[in-house]
Write a protein that binds this ligand. Sequence first.
Ligand SMILES: [Zn+2]
Ligand SMILES: [Zn+2]
Length: 275
Amino acid sequence: MLTIGTHMSIAKGLAKTAENVVWMEANTMQIFSRNPRGSNYKIYTEQEIEDFQRIRRENDFGALLAHAPYTMNLASDKDSVYEFACTVMREDVARMEELNIEYMVFHPGSHTGVGIERGISNIIRGLDQAITGEEKITVLLETMTGKGTEIGERFEHLKAIREGAKHPERIGICLDTCHVFAAGYDIVHNLNGVLEEFDRVLGIELLKAIHLNDSMMPLGSHKDRHAVIGQGEIGMEALLSVMRHPLLKELPFYLETPLDDKGHKEEINMLKGNI
Ligand SMILES: [Zn+2]
Ligand SMILES: [Zn+2]
């Protein structure tokens, strides 16, 4: 069965957001694990959490995905930045675990000049102080475009992070179609080749989620600009091929396209009608 949803705002609470997923005719969602630009998070009442879990259960939601804030940089060599990222990672893995959310994805980070190797070793230390190995939640490393000094544009970076960590069994990968395309992996003309490379470097079984986005920027541009499905450089046919691919079709798909809830409802229905 197709598992699809979009990134949702949780400004009106978790239960209301889950209701919105149902209205959208989706069966999963991505939410921010806390305020994406700040450091604070809401404490939910027991009632709120109960309602959220009930709606999710009654409507057969697939795996849910929490996204760590963009402001967090676990690759940083700057103490204050790094400490903040470590705290967010530690708290949010535990908080999302508590909500029974299946996956938490984060951007590996930017090394800001100290080099990829050092950035990666910072990320590994940060993961090690956050993941106890006792969790059910799986932490996902996101494939990135490689803008600036961003780590994670190559599958090899993600492999090095995962294999360096104390609990690699709790770490998987989230593939963003816009990001890999902008990083230079040609999923339009050679989806099979890209997946073979992913399998050779990481192992296809580590792929747990897809961010389904079109890209405003061309192949290899290293720019992160999401487009509405079918309105970018990747295009409708290539994205439908991703959804139909035998190795991918059972994975959860999360849209992060620049549309509101109403637009996302139409986008999801259009995709469902075409695969
Ligand atoms: Zn992301
Ligand atoms: Zn992006």
